[in-house]
Design a protein around this ligand. Structure first.
Ligand code: PNS
Length: 163
């Protein structure tokens, strides 16, 4: 029984995130996708929007649920009886911060471990921050996010929404 958690900002969720979630869901009994709620950090999409987009995108995966957490990830893991954190590694530049987080989390919650999946080559260059930048600058994002997310980005950046 593997009860795992895939935490992240998901601002917005990308095709790279979705690929990792599908792959992790295949070997986890339960996978909670946990959206971080950090009121001091400005995000393009609200917590509710990020959760809603994820819930819609993951409706086909019966063992995956979407939740949010604020505060320490380890407290959320304990609350949800999860002791595995799943994260993606796009390339070696992701490793230092990922190893640091995993070690800090284990220091606070020794029963928990982190498992990294190598991002699929199709998505190794994809990040939410570049998706936001490309969208803000009027570039194409169809190859980086789902059509639903592309539409949400367009709405968010339309002059009407900005008013
Ligand atoms: O998608 P991101 O922004 O790379 O996700 C980072 C996240 C949310 C996994 C990370 O910032 C996190 O776990 N924050 C929770 C706060 C916490 O537990 N910090 C202490 C040790 S890392």
């Amino acid at each position: 029984m593997i009860r795992a958690c895939y935490p992240g900002s998901f601002d917005p969720v990308t095709l790279g995130h979705l690929d990792l979630i599908e792959r992790a869901a295949a070997f986890c009994s339960e996978l909670v996708v946990a959206v971080i709620h950090n009121p001091s950090k400005k995000t393009m999409f609200s917590l509710e929007e990020r959760q809603q987009i994820l819930t819609q995108s993951l409706a086909h995966l019966s063992n995956v649920s979407v939740d949010y957490f604020s505060g320490l990830l380890v407290d959320f893991l304990k609350q949800r009886s999860a002791n595995l954190v799943v994260r993606g590694l796009r390339d070696s530049s992701d490793a230092p911060i990922e190893f640091q987080m995993a070690r800090l989390n284990r220091q606070m919650y020794p029963e928990c471990d982190t498992l990294w999946l190598a991002s699929d080559g199709r998505y190794a260059h994809v990040s939410s921050s570049f998706v936001r930048e490309i969208a803000r600058l009027g570039g194409p994002v169809q190859h980086l996010v789902t059509p639903a997310v592309a539409e949400r980005l367009a709405q968010k950046l339309s002059p009407k929404e900005a008013l």
